[in-house]
Design a binder for this molecule. Sequence first.
Ligand code: MN
Length: 232
Amino acid sequence: MTESVFPAAPRVVVPVAQRDAVFPVRRIHCVGRNYAAHAREMGADAREPPFFFQKPTDAIVASGSAIAYPTATRNLHHEVELVLAIGLAGSAIAVADARRHVFGLAVGIDLTRRDLQNAAKEAGKPWESGKAFDASAPIGPIRMLQPQESLPRAGRISLSVNGETRQDGDLSDMTWHCAEIVAELSCLYRLEAGDLIYTGTPAGVGPLHPGDRVVGQVAGLDAVVVSIVAAQ
Ligand code: MN
């Protein structure tokens, strides 16, 4: 076998709840503005079609971790999101077939360098530095969908900082529901087992600071818990 010139990066995995197993991550897709109230707080038309961006796979952070306040920002924001974990590949997936492509669900936080994102938006430049930075994708354990279980259409989604509720919404307020997101995204990219889809955030996004303890929750799923610590 041809020698590697340096050790390969460790594989990125997410624990599977109640099983001695991990979900190996391939890609991280994210949906922009998928709750009307959050779209309004970002100054957008609530009814515009979904759009997608990606984060690097190694942006995953396990629940329970401490995250160093990121470089190059003075306005790190939290966005709690339901995450779909894809277990079956497909492209041009029909809405009615989307369920069978989803292995499980988790709670994630789409950490955002809001100042960089806003500057990029104003300049008509890509958002990448505002969204796709190191440690920007905390996620809780993935709960497997039960064989007869459908994709969720309702349920509380919330986030607290130091015990104070900052985001409090419901999955029923998603502009595009889970099956529609899978269908739409699969027309842009072939989905593969190991892909994660962060499905957008409800209203109430806001800043985080060193010392903060952040808890993201979705009904029926294990919470994601991270703390923000001073930059090293
Ligand atoms: Mn988001």
